[in-house]
Ligand binder design. Structure first.
Ligand SMILES: CC(C)(COP(=O)(O)OP(=O)(O)OC[C@H]1O[C@@H](n2cnc3c(N)ncnc32)[C@H](O)[C@@H]1OP(=O)(O)O)[C@@H](O)C(=O)NCCC(=O)NCCS
Length: 182
């Protein structure tokens, strides 16, 4: 955590190459444009612009299960990672649902894997997670490969928003076992 001018403690997670940190007020519009221009496979359900921007204004603070962070490389935002609460799939405390999106030019360089590892570790070590999970499109091989490389497991396939989704997750005991293996 790190304080800022507002005095509010905001989440900041430092990795070997990446930093997951709050989204600046001057970065919100660019994040909205990335969201609306995302390819259908990378999108979640429908999101209203005002809700999205209000959410990002609270970036860096966990708020009712929602936390948005910028993925930054050498000080430049290259994507966004978040926990969110799926509208149709309310989750109990300690169960976090994660989403991630990298700018097109930054994909396939290991950043997704690093960001997901950092965020998963932080959710278990600092946010009392019992389960960390994420849905993706069955055809999203990049995302599915990241999940498999970092020790998440495919748990469920389901229909929502008129599409098929695959759910991946990792539980606290599974995460602890991975950590104990180094
Ligand atoms: C999905 C996403 C976050 C993955 O991050 P990434 O940085 O591109 O992936 P990485 O470079 O960390 O790759 C991790 C592994 O997946 C593999 N991979 C990456 N892209 C791949 C692709 N298109 N096809 C097959 N394998 C792929 C890599 O080879 C790597 O495997 P390795 O560990 O054996 O080397 C990123 O591609 C992205 O933002 N995509 C668009 C948004 C999106 O789909 N978000 C998820 C919505 S649920």
């Amino acid at each position: 955590m790190a304080g800022d001018a507002s005095g509010i403690e905001r989440v900041r997670i430092q990795g070997p190459r990446l930093v997951l940190r709050p989204i600046g007020a001057d970065e919100i519009e660019a994040e909205w444009q990335e969201m609306v221009n995302a390819e259908p496979m990378a999108r979640g359900g429908p999101v209203a612009e005002a809700d999205f921007k209000a959410r990002l204004a609270r970036s860096g603070q966990m708020h009712d299960g929602w936390l948005d962070l910028s993925i930054a490389l050498d000080g430049t935002p290259i994507g966004r990672i978040q926990t969110f609460v799926p509208p149709e799939r309310k989750t109990p405390p300690g169960v976090f649902t994660v989403g991630i999106g990298l700018r097109q030019a930054q994909r396939g360089r290991g950043h997704g894997r690093e960001a997901m590892t950092l965020f998963t570790n932080w959710l278990f070590s600092d946010a009392a997670a019992s389960v960390v999970q994420a849905p993706t499109d069955p055809e999203n091989i990049a995302m599915r490969t990241v999940f498999e490389r970092i020790g998440w497991r495919h748990t469920e396939t389901y229909e929502e928003f008129g599409r098929t989704w695959v759910n991946y997750s990792i539980t606290r005991p599974q995460w602890e076992e991975l950590r104990s293996q180094g």
